[in-house]
Design a protein around this ligand. Sequence first.
Ligand code: NAD
Ligand code: USQ
Length: 398
Amino acid sequence: MKVLVLGGDGFCGWPTSLHLSDHGHDVTIVDNLSRRKIDVELEVESLTPIRPIHERVRVWKELTGNEIGFVQLDLAEEYDRLEALLLETRPDAIVHFGEQRAAPYSMRNATTKRYTVDNNVRATHNVLVAVMATGLDIALVHLGTMGVYGYGWSGSAPIPEGYLTVKVPTPDGDIDREILHPANPGSVYHMTKTLDQLLFAFYAANDQLRITDLHQGIVWGTQTPQTALDERLINRFDYDGDYGTVLNRFLMQAAIGHPLTVHGTGGQTRAFIHIRDTVRCVEIALENPPERGEKPQVFNQVTEVHRILELAELISKLTGVEVALLPNPRREAVENELNVNRDKFLALGLNPTKLSGGLLEEAREIAMRYKDRADTTKIIARSVWRRGMATSPDLMKS
Ligand code: NAD
Ligand code: USQ
């Protein structure tokens, strides 16, 4: 299959590109390298020493003989080039990872809020218009998020895969209707993903585009068998207060002896998936696209659910590093239940990687190996959801 991977230089996109290439697909990465530029802006680097994209694809070719194309293109700004690229490459499918994905960064200030909305909504809309305008039958797989459902809205009721059947009262009695699960975003970033959903619903109905939206949980781990082949293929590992996600942050903090930064009580319950399963799920989704005329297909891309405090206590027990309960810089429920329906990927053959499966140790080893690259002043989360919210003091001297 010929596949364009939009955002293919990023944390999920790079290992997915290698996985698909390794499995015989013809992959071209499209990326504007904005994520690398944000690292420069935030004066922070991936814990792992990621190489420039041209070196990454060159090394992959040297090691495997497989060619991965790279096109530097801004999906939000360069519509004409995007449409021309689709006409030139005529892909069978597009995987769309190309958005600003950090909730804290999206809440940092007016500039980052506007950037996140402008970048994400325009990028997704441009992709849809380009597929429609070329008339090519390209299946689109988009990386959405569990956060579109919000946390706690429906108590402990299972979160369905995208759609909810509701009863609509009419003078002639109730009628059943299937609707997109109500959107309940907790950050400007998550809000852009809820807007993406409406764009998908419209273009699937109006232009019969074939769209799959993957509502992914928090990704943990860093390496896949392909990125582990050579240090020059290593995946990124974000640990800073804006881009680092919770479990990887705890693993990195444990590696340098930094107290584990639990926000609030740690009663927040979230969904998780290992990066190895991310890449498999994307491949499964590519192999199982919806038919033309179907509504967007939604898969919950989640393998397990954990309470943040329990994760911190687990890592603390493994490593002896203490847990710190910090003022929560976010506006979010102090605690919530989370029950996620995730039958579709299991039915399509996903064999989930669990926290208990030894990979916690692998991710910890990576964090240990590169711990000298850590800038401890970047660990505490400083982006607050509302002006005036408290942030935490540094817990460690650099
Ligand atoms: P990332 O920031 O590491 O990668 C995103 C990539 O997209 C970057 O390489 C960036 O340069 C590129 N990009 C952004 N805007 C672009 C534009 N306008 N034009 C071209 N390229 C652009 O993020 P990630 O962690 O790999 O996440 C990928 C996708 O998966 C995101 O859409 C995110 O919302 C979703 N997701 C991620 C997680 C997670 O835990 N990392 C969880 C759920 C969903
Ligand atoms: N948290 C801590 N301590 C930390 C970091 C985070 O307690 O040091 C807490 C947060 O307050 C939050 C939870 O852990 O309650 C998750 O935070 P996170 O930064 O790991 O994840 P989140 O902001 O939700 O975003 C990440 C990705 C995003 C993706 C989302 C999937 O950055 O791209 O969409 O996970 S989900 O959470 O399922 O919506």
